[in-house]
Ligand binder design. Structure first.
Ligand code: NAD
Length: 499
């Protein structure tokens, strides 16, 4: 059965009026499960208007009152935990355990945002001049927008809106058109938690909605997570329209495996980080850099049978380790990269292209693929594939491995597996990436730290959630104050300095 989906504007479900819509699939079966309306400019403006209207009252609430709504929201997420994870798995395809992990990671940002009274405490300096005091406060930016990717339909929106709302902003979310049901459900839970109508809105759709959010003068800040070409578009158009923007882009994360590392452990770490969520994670390791031929031989020998034994199937089935890709189109794109790797001369050690799952023949499945002897000139090394494809590049020493990490256009995350503290320390100091793991393959920072890459993985200065999230969603104001003294001060024509 196909469900007709909706927008969420001013605290209510709103059907689409643009006449444009698109299908939502269950990737495990390949069947269409939803029809999603794509918002017109007018519909997007209605959501912005609702957020603008709700802003003064929400911003005027005390931080503690806002935090109490988020505490209630946290409670409701816990009550509806399995339902939310089920929605993620049904539209994205990831296995249920992974979907639960995703919801938990989003929930942790809500928990962080519940501490907003403490996080918004400003700075105060007494007597910056004689009888003059000065303090800084962080005030809301206004109406904020979030545009999010398909691969984390629960977590990535929750990287943004809990902190934005806690800081006193109102919000318009444009989730991925591939898996919108979880974000729509989160909107209902926010209402149930006591969030006033209009403070949080969801518009579904494509570029028309996004460009309206980027150009409407009532929107003060735009957060984006997605692919690099769109992140660049968001950065350019949003900046041209005077907004603060925070666009996070694509990735090609390298993991260095040193000769002294336990290759069994490194292989297990690679298995989870390269093939978990079918490789559709911006922090997936997609390049294993083996230092020395002996390390590479041992690593590939450990990896290959484990990849062949991966349990692939529908995400809701017990024991499944890897679900399908998100759409048939994306599966064809990833398969195309595997064909390309063969043409480019890399050695395809494990070929998952012909995998068919019995009973789920129309699902968007692809088995795990492993390439060895990949070189930096190959496109399968350079470009983000975003599927269950791991490439092994062989380098003779640490320096050349590090150089590889640093010369790549993306700089999201990276990791090193070693038993040598000095090597690990040098790696973490010199790697040109925003997030580094030492014997940790997916170094996704916790909610109270900030998440973000370097180079073409992030445009603009501020990372997401944690302290940088609070900075992004607030504007600083510094007040300097003097109360009249018994002696009036004469006019001064020189720049005031501290006396
Ligand atoms: P995407 O760039 O195709 O889409 C992201 C969002 O932008 C969606 O809401 C989509 O509707 C919208 N969009 C798509 N085309 C647009 C256009 N022409 N104009 C305006 N908006 C447009 O990304 P995706 O396929 O949904 O997600 C996968 C990508 O996201 C990968 O590149 C992955 O690395 C990246 N990602 C990055 C991070 C990070 O933290 N850096 C996290 C998750 C995903």
């Amino acid at each position: 059965m196909t469900e007709t989906l909706h927008h969420w504007i001013n605290g209510a479900r709103v059907g689409g009026t643009s006449g444009r819509s698109g299908p939502v699939y269950n990737p495990a079966t390949g069947h269409v499960t939803g029809d999603l309306p794509y918002a017109s400019t007018d519909e997007t403006r209605q959501a912005i208007a609702a957020a603008r209207e709700a802003l003064p009252q929400w911003a005027a609430r005390t931080p503690l009152a806002r935090a109490r709504v988020l505490f209630q929201f946290k409670y409701l997420i816990e009550q509806h935990f399995d339902e939310l994870a089920g929605l993620v798995s049904a539209e994205h395809g990831k296995v249920l355990g992974d979907a639960r992990g995703e919801v938990t990671r989003g929930l942790e940002v809500v928990e962080f945002a519940c501490g907003i009274p403490h996080l918004l405490k400003g700075e105060y300096s007494e007597n910056v001049g004689t009888n003059v005091d000065s303090w800084s406060v962080q005030q809301p930016v206004g109406v904020c927008a979030g545009i999010t990717p398909f691969n984390f339909p629960a977590m990535v929106p929750m990287w943004m809106f809990p902190i934005a709302l806690a800081c006193g902003n109102t919000f318009v979310l444009k989730p991925s058109e591939k898996d919108p049901s979880c974000p729509l459900r989160l909107a209902e839970l926010l209402q149930e938690a006591g969030l006033p109508d209009g403070v949080f809105n969801v518009v579904n759709g494509d570029r028309e909605a996004v460009d309206t959010l980027l150009t409407d003068e009532r929107v003060g800040a735009v957060s984006f997570v997605g692919s690099t070409p769109i992140a660049e578009h968001i950065y350019r158009v949003g900046s041209e329209h005077g907004k603060r923007v925070q666009p996070l882009g694509g990735a090609k994360n390298h993991m260095l495996v040193m000769p002294d590392a336990d290759t069994g452990q490194a292989a297990d770490a690679l298995l989870g980080s390269a093939y978990g969520s079918a490789g559709e994670r911006c922090m997936a390791i997609s390049v294993a850099v083996a230092v020395g031929d002996d390390t590479a031989d041992r690593l590939v020998a450990e990896l290959a049978p484990k990849i062949r034994a991966l349990q692939v199937g529908p995400g809701s089935r017990e024991g499944v380790e890897m679900g399908p890709l998100v759409t048939a189109e994306h599966r064809e794109r990833v398969k195309g990269y595997v064909d390309l790797g063969v043409e480019e001369g890399a050695e395809l050690v494990v070929d998952g292209r012909d995998l068919v799952i019995e009973g789920y023949e129309d699902g968007f499945y692809l088995g795990g693929c492993l390439f060895d002897h990949v070189t930096p000139e190959m496109r399968i090394y350079q470009e983000e594939i975003f599927g269950p494809v791991l490439v092994v590049v062989r380098v003779p020493d640490f320096e050349r491995g590090l150089r590889l990490v640093n010369q790549h256009e993306f700089g999201n995350g990276t990791a090193i597996f070693t038993n040598d503290g000095g090597t690990a320390r040098a790696f973490s100091s010199y790697a040109q990436c925003g997030m580094v793991g030492i014997n940790v393959p997916i170094p996704v920072p916790m909610a109270f730290h900030s998440f973000g890459g370097w180079k073409r993985s992030l445009f603009g200065p501020l990372h997401m959630h944690g302290p940088e999230g609070v900075r992004f969603y607030t504007r600083m104001k510094t007040v300097t104050s003097r109360w009249p003294q018994s002696q009036p001060l004469p006019a001064e024509f020189v720049m005031p300095t501290m006396k």
